[in-house]
Design a protein around this ligand. Structure first.
Ligand code: UD1
Ligand code: CA
Length: 456
């Protein structure tokens, strides 16, 4: 049997005014990824090979963003917002191509799980024309109610159109639906707008299909997974749910999170087995943590790779391009940007390493700074294997420090240092015995004279 073809139609034409944002609602992020991109991804995991994105307000911005998260998506514009069925029909051309299954999804309902969609598609494969994804919210007010008769789903009634009796029903429409491709256009074209809001409701296809003698059914998803986002408080709720799921997955995959509720993942964080993450760690986008790494508390990572059994923090900041190799160490109050820290090298305290290579086994003393920027351009610092950089050193790039060389602490290094050399870049110390005592006496006498003249 050839697998059933599937088109997902993602509705994203809403204005999202309650976000109070210059940015279209569906581009607001969860775990660093626009919510509509989460939806497109989930559709793909549920087997949708084609994606139709229906945009309205802010369409150009959404279209542009889609190039990144769903480059093959076809964009349709719903110029006038006349209801969910009208929005689906904006993608008429795509529907007319005749997929076996259609999945209608909302761009503002990002937490839906691929399994829920797959279950709905199974309903289609078993002969249903429409499969509705239902849920039981704590309070059903505002949602469409699933009207059942003799165990059959016969209609969905929008809250505003419900009778008092119907309003008591707790089983509600999540909004997402699977529709058999061969019936879709015929059902959608029959939808009218004689209802309280004067809109073309997608939900009406349930009654239309039932009356035509087609099979209609409902599946059930969890309340959390079909949370729709209208404002930033709900956005934060969705973020919390997403993070909770991701933390659990990290732990089940073999990472130890000591205080999971304080660790924040990005949508693309890769984290290996036997990694330990201490409390209050932030993973920004594009971070990879290899097996056995140890991430101490309060570290902030973004665009970085942490190698096997490497150790960072507490209070480490890894910025884009930080590449820490096996068993390397980046300690407290250190910042690493666009730099490789090779095997076993140590950058332990209060240091900035930017645009650099730190060779294997090198030791970077406290307070070392790579001076990589002159206000216009960035320059590279190359530190050879096994080099020892004394504390409080400024390495003025471009500069190369030879392997196994030794830099005296407090140096400002501006010229290349060859292998195995010792370099000083500071004035030598001068010590004058007894001079301190003499100085002290002089200062004390001056202060006493001043006090005396003030009293007179
Ligand atoms: C919809 C359902 C309701 C369900 C609820 C779940 C209908 C008629 N009602 O109601 O049964 O309980 O979702 O949250 O489907 N959209 C467009 N163009 C439009 C209208 C809507 O793109 O012309 C998009 C919106 O941006 C949104 C989604 O479709 O992403 C749902 O629309 P919305 O108006 O929020 O529907 P609800 O009234 O919440
Ligand atoms: Ca809604």
């Amino acid at each position: 049997m050839t697998p059933r073809t599937c088109l997902s139609i993602i509705l994203a034409a809403g204005e999202g005014t309650r976000m109070k944002s210059a940015m279209p609602k569906v581009l607001h992020g969860i775990a660093g990824l626009p919510m509509v991109a989460h939806v497109a991804r989930t559709a793909q995991s549920a087997g949708a090979s084609d994606v139709a994105l229906v945009v309205g307000h802010g369409g150009d911005e959404v279209r542009k963003a889609a190039e990144g998260f769903a480059p093959k998506a076809e964009i349709f514009v719903q110029a006038e917002r006349l209801g969910t069925a009208h929005a689906v029909l904006a993608a008429r051309q795509a529907i007319a191509r005749g997929h076996d299954d259609l999945l209608v999804m909302f761009g503002d309902t990002p937490l839906v799980e691929a399994e829920s969609l797959a279950t709905a598609r199974t309903g289609l494969a078993e002969g249903a024309a429409v499969v509705v994804i239902g849920f039981r919210p704590p309070s059903p007010a505002g949602y469409g109610r699933l009207i059942e008769k003799d165990g059959r789903l016969i209609a969905i009634r929008e809250d505003k159109d419900c009778t008092d009796e119907e309003r008591k029903i707790g089983f509600c429409n999540a909004g997402l639906m699977a529709i058999a491709g061969r019936h879709a256009l015929q059902l959608l074209d029959e939808v009218g707008n004689a209802n309280a809001k004067g809109e073309f409701y997608l939900t009406d296809i349930v009654e239309i299909a039932d009356r035509a003698g087609l099979k209609v059914m409902a599946t059930e998803a969890s309340f959390e997974s079909v949370l729709g986002i209208n404002n930033r408080a709900e956005l934060a709720e969705a973020e919390a749910i997403w993070q909770k799921r991701r933390r659990r997955k990290a732990m089940l995959d073999g990472a130890t999170l000591i205080a999971p509720e304080t660790v924040y993942f990005s949508h693309d964080t890769q984290i290996g087995a036997d990694v330990t993450v201490e409390p209050n760690v932030w993973f920004g986008v594009d971070v990879k943590i290899a097996d056995g790494a140890l991430i101490h508390a309060y570290s902030h990572l973004e665009g970085a790779s942490v190698g096997p059994r490497a150790e960072i923090g507490p209070f480490a900041r890894l910025r884009p391009g930080a590449d820490l190799h096996e068993k390397s160490k980046v300690g407290n109050f250190c910042e690493v940007k666009k730099a490789t820290v090779e095997k076993g090298a140590k950058v332990n305290h209060l240091t900035y390493i930017g645009d650099a290579r730190v060779g294997a086994g090198a030791n970077i003393g406290a307070g070392t700074i790579t001076c990589n920027y002159d206000g216009y351009s960035k320059f590279f610092t190359d530190i050879g294997e096994g080099a020892f950089i004394g504390s409080n050193t400024s390495l003025v790039a471009p500069i190369a420090i030879g392997a196994r060389s030794y830099i005296a602490s407090g140096s400002v290094i501006t010229e290349e240092v060859p292998e195995d050399a010792l370099a000083f870049g500071r004035a030598r110390q001068k010590t004058m015995p007894g001079k301190g005592k003499e100085l002290r006496q002089r200062f004390a006498d001056a202060a006493a004279a001043k006090k005396k003249s003030a009293a007179e």
